[in-house]
Design a protein around this ligand. Structure first.
Ligand SMILES: Cc1cc2nc3c(=O)[nH]c(=O)nc-3n(C[C@H](O)[C@H](O)[C@H](O)COP(=O)(O)OP(=O)(O)OC[C@H]3O[C@@H](n4cnc5c(N)ncnc54)[C@H](O)[C@@H]3O)c2cc1C
Length: 513
C-alpha cells in the first residue's frame, strides 16, 4: 500500500445502504489495510421498506460469499421472477415484466421481430408464451436451475423479496464478522476542513468525534454529509410525480407467488410483495392528486390479509443529488437520490454505486477526475432507469386526471427517441450503462400499449413454415419446463424455509390464470 492509501473509511448510517457498503468493503479490505467504521442511530432507525430486488443482486451475494438458501431463510425471503402490472394501461388490463429473455434469437433478427412477423402471418400466440419466467410465475412455480440444466434456463432469471430489516441485520453480521466496527450514536454535526472544504470529522450528540479519510453518506433521505457539502438536488418530479407512500404489512393468506404485483390506482400505484411470513404492501401516490386520507383508504381496502401494523407514511422527492461523489464523500442509497420503487431499482443502485466505488477507489489525494468519472457513470445509469420508469406512467390510456396529466407531460428526449424507434419497426435502442435490456423494454412498451407499425425486414428472411416450426418448438419447451418445476412454496419448504412459518392450507393458494 502506498502512503497515500485510504486508511480509514467512515460509513454514516446503518440501513440497507450502510450495511451493504460495509459488507462489500470488508471483502475488499482487510482490517489491517483499512479500518472500516459504521455509525448508526437505533433511535432514528431505518426506513424499513425496500423489499423487492432485481437479478443482479445475485452477483452481489456471490461477491460477499453469501449462501443463497441460507440468505433467503434468514430474511423470510421468497423468489421473484418479475413484476405483474395490473391496470397500468387501462382498468382490466394486466401485463408481466419478466426477468430473463423471451425465446432465443435466430436468423438475422432478434426473437421478438420473428414473433411480430408470425403475428402478421396469423399466429395468435402471445409473447408471454415464450418467457419461461412468465410461464413459471403464473403457475406459481420456481426452481434454481441445477448445473447442466436444459439450455432453456439460459433465458431464466430471478431475484428475491425479503424483509428489509432482516436483510440489514444479515449484512451487519457478515460485515462485523469481517472486522467492521459499529458505533451507536447520533451524528449531530459535520465538520469541514477550513481550507479545502473536505469532511474532517463527524461529531456525535454525546460529543465523540469520528474522523476518517473517506466518508460514505448512507444516512437516508436526510443525506446529512451530502447536505453539509451543499451538493444540491436535481428534482425529477415533473417526470415522476409521485411524492408519498404509505406502507403496511398484512398477514399472509396464501402461499407466496414468485413475483411482485404493482396495481395502478387513481393517483399512483400499490405494491404487493409476498414474503414467507407476511405480505408487504404500499401505496405510492401523488399528493397533489389525492389526499393522504383517501390514499390510506385505497391501500387498506386492497389488502389480501389483515393489517399487521398501522400504515406508515413516507415522503420523498424523486431526483438525484447533483454529485453522488463530492470531495471526500460518496452518497449511497437514499442519500444519493431516489427513483421511486416501481421497478425495484434502489437497492440495485446501492450495489452498483459500491462496485463503481471499488472500480474507481481513490487515494488520499482525491483526484477530481476520479470523482468526475464516478459521477458520470452514476448519472448515466440513473437517467436510463428514470426513462424506463417514466415510460410506465406516460404510455397509459387511463381516464383519471392524474393519468391524463402523465400522458400529456413532456418526456425526456432519450425516451421519446426509444418510443419513436420502437413504434416504427420494433427496433430497440440500447445505450451504454443501461440497467434494463431490450427484453425489459419490450415487455413494458407492449404492456403499455406501444406497438410497432411493422417488423424488421430481416425477419422476412425465414420461410413461414420454418418460422412456425421454430416458434412452436420454443413454446413447447418453455411450457414443458415451466410445468415440470416444483411449486414455489414447495421449493422454499425444501430448500430455504425460514423459522416459524405458519402453515397455509393448500386450498387457499393464490395462483394466477
Ligand atoms: C416507499 C418506498 C418503497 C421502496 N421499495 C423498494 C423496493 O422494493 N426495492 C428497492 O430496491 N428499494 C426500495 N426502496 C428504496 C429502499 O428502501 C432504500 O434504497 C434502502 O432501504 C436503503 O435505504 P438507506 O440505507 O439509504 O436509508 P435508511 O434505511 O433510511 O437508513 C439510514 C440510516 O442512517 C441513519 N441515520 C440517519 N440520520 C442519522 C444521524 N443523524 N445519526 C446517525 N445515524 C443516522 C439511520 O439510523 C439509518 O441507520 C423503497 C423506498 C421507498 C421510500
Amino acid at each position: 500500500m502506498s502512503d497515500d492509501s485510504i486508511r480509514e473509511i467512515l460509513i454514516a448510517g446503518g440501513g440497507t445502504a450502510g450495511w451493504m457498503a460495509a459488507a462489500a468493503l470488508s471483502v475488499a479490505f482487510k482490517p489491517h489495510q483499512c479500518r472500516i467504521v459504521l455509525v448508526e442511530s437505533e433511535e432514528i432507525g431505518t426506513i424499513g421498506v425496500g423489499e423487492a430486488t432485481i437479478p443482479p443482486i445475485q452477483l452481489f451475494n456471490k461477491i460477499l460469499g453469501v449462501d443463497e438458501r441460507e440468505f433467503v431463510a434468514a430474511t423470510q425471503g421468497s423468489f421473484k421472477l418479475g413484476i405483474e402490472f395490473v391496470g397500468w394501461l387501462r382498468e382490466g388490463e394486466r401485463y408481466f415484466h419478466p426477468f430473463g429473455r423471451y425465446g432465443d434469437d435466430f436468423g438475422l433478427a432478434p426473437f421478438h421481430q420473428h414473433w411480430r412477423r408470425a403475428r402478421t402471418l396469423g399466429s395468435g400466440i402471445p409473447l408471454d408464451a415464450y418467457s419461461l419466467n412468465h410461464q413459471a410465475a403464473y403457475r406459481g412455480k420456481f426452481e434454481i436451475p441445477r448445473p447442466g440444466s436444459a439450455g432453456v434456463f439460459s433465458t431464466f432469471s430471478w431475484a428475491y423479496h425479503f424483509d428489509a430489516s432482516l436483510y440489514a441485520r444479515y449484512l451487519r453480521s457478515l460485515a462485523e464478522s469481517r472486522g467492521v466496527e459499529r458505533i451507536e450514536g447520533r451524528i449531530a454535526e459535520v465538520v469541514l476542513g477550513p481550507e479545502n472544504g473536505f469532511v474532517e470529522r463527524l461529531i456525535l450528540a454525546d460529543g465523540r468525534a469520528l474522523a476518517a479519510d473517506l466518508f460514505i453518506d448512507c444516512t437516508g433521505f436526510r443525506g446529512l454529509i451530502t447536505e453539509a457539502l451543499d451538493t444540491g438536488y436535481e428534482d425529477w418530479t415533473h417526470w415522476l410525480p409521485c411524492d408519498r407512500a404509505l406502507a403496511v404489512p398484512c398477514t399472509r393468506v396464501a402461499d407466496p407467488v414468485p413475483y411482485t404485483r404493482s396495481t395502478a390506482r387513481q393517483a399512483g400505484w400499490q405494491w404487493r410483495i409476498p414474503l414467507q411470513n407476511r405480505t408487504g404492501n404500499g401505496h405510492v401516490y401523488c399528493s397533489g392528486a389525492i389526499s393522504d386520507d383517501d390514499a390510506c383508504a385505497v391501500l387498506m381496502a386492497n389488502l389480501d390479509g389483515a393489517p399487521e401494523a398501522d400504515p406508515r407514511q413516507l415522503r420523498f422527492t424523486t431526483g438525484r443529488r447533483r454529485r453522488a461523489w463530492n470531495r471526500n464523500c460518496i452518497a449511497l442509497g437514499l442519500a444519493s437520490g431516489f427513483l421511486e420503487p416501481l421497478e425495484s431499482t434502489s437497492i440495485h443502485l446501492i450495489q452498483t454505486g459500491i462496485s463503481k466505488l471499488l472500480a474507481w477507489f481513490p487515494d488520499r489525494n482525491f483526484d477530481p477526475l476520479v470523482a468526475q468519472e464516478y459521477n458520470r457513470l452514476v448519472d448515466a445509469e440513473m437517467e436510463s432507469i428514470r426513462d424506463f420508469l417514466v415510460l410506465h406512467y406516460h404510455a397509459n390510456e387511463r381516464e383519471e386526471p392524474f393519468w391524463r396529466q402523465c400522458r400529456d407531460m413532456p418526456i425526456p428526449d432519450t425516451l421519446a427517441e426509444k418510443m419513436a424507434m420502437f413504434r416504427a419497426n420494433g427496433r430497440l435502442i440500447e445505450r451504454q450503462h443501461e440497467l434494463f435490456h431490450p427484453p425489459s423494454w419490450l415487455a413494458v412498451l407492449l404492456g403499455q400499449g406501444v406497438h410497432p407499425a411493422t417488423h424488421d425486414p430481416l425477419a422476412d428472411t425465414v420461410a413461414p413454415q420454418e418460422l412456425a416450426a421454430i416458434l412452436g418448438g420454443m413454446q413447447h419447451v418453455i411450457d414443458q419446463t415451466a410445468g415440470s418445476m416444483p411449486a414455489h412454496q414447495q421449493f422454499i419448504d425444501r430448500n430455504c424455509r425460514a423459522a416459524a412459518r405458519i402453515p397455509i392450507p393448500l386450498a387457499s393458494r393464490d395462483l394466477e390464470p
